[in-house]
Ligand binder design. Sequence first.
Ligand SMILES: O=C(O)c1cc(C(=O)O)c2c(n1)C(=O)C(=O)c1cc(C(=O)O)[nH]c1-2
Length: 245
Amino acid sequence: MTVQPLSPDELEAALRAIGAERYHNLHPFHRALHGGTLTRPQVQAWALNRYYYQCRIPAKDATLLARLPTAELRREWRRRLVDHDGDAPGTGGVARWLKLTDGLGLDRAYVESLDGLLPATRFAVDAYVEFVRDRSILEAVASSLTELFSPTIISERVSGMLRHYDFVTPETLAYFQPRLTQAPRDSDFALAYVREHARTAEEQAAVLDALKFKCGVLWAMLDALDYAYVVPGRIPPGAFRPDPA
Ligand SMILES: O=C(O)c1cc(C(=O)O)c2c(n1)C(=O)C(=O)c1cc(C(=O)O)[nH]c1-2
């Protein structure tokens, strides 16, 4: 029996249902981060590990950019590189993420060295970069669609962290403000691309799987933090160890 393809609206609804079920806003570590029940060292561990995601995002976008077939698509996608890398030293999202790790009292050279990462952070983020490098353009674009759901979590995060943690200031969280406009712009484009190009049932299944995969990447990063930094005695050898209080 041949499976009938979904209409673009049905495909979008199926993508949104994946986010509603699997996006990392539902993870216990995020609930704790936003709800104010983490300690400063646990927030430091989150920011340090998330730095690796931030700094690999432009590399993943560059691998896709190189494969895009038209100037129109490349022009659209290259904005993401500028958003993250900036167009001068000290500008862009990665530099702003370092303001967050600075504000949390982490040594910048240590953060940038990547020496303190959890092994699973590295594996999860590298898997995302490799997925985008190796899969079809359609799957690669679809894997960015978690950003459909990020403005809500970012708003929750900023208000929750400012309310609950006296060691967090609006300047420390400056990374997130531009994301509130960048993420919808990027995800609107990616969603329109996927709605138009995922026509067959096979292509649509691949797109849905790409979004599930990406939700898994984000979830696995938080599982790793939850495992290592919530119950004492579980920090892997070589990973970030908070200073004794
Ligand atoms: O704070 C978040 O929860 C969150 C989530 C995501 C996401 O859903 O992938 C991104 C970001 N932030 C983000 O800041 C960012 O630059 C980004 C790029 C991408 C991507 O897949 O290309 N996702 C995300």
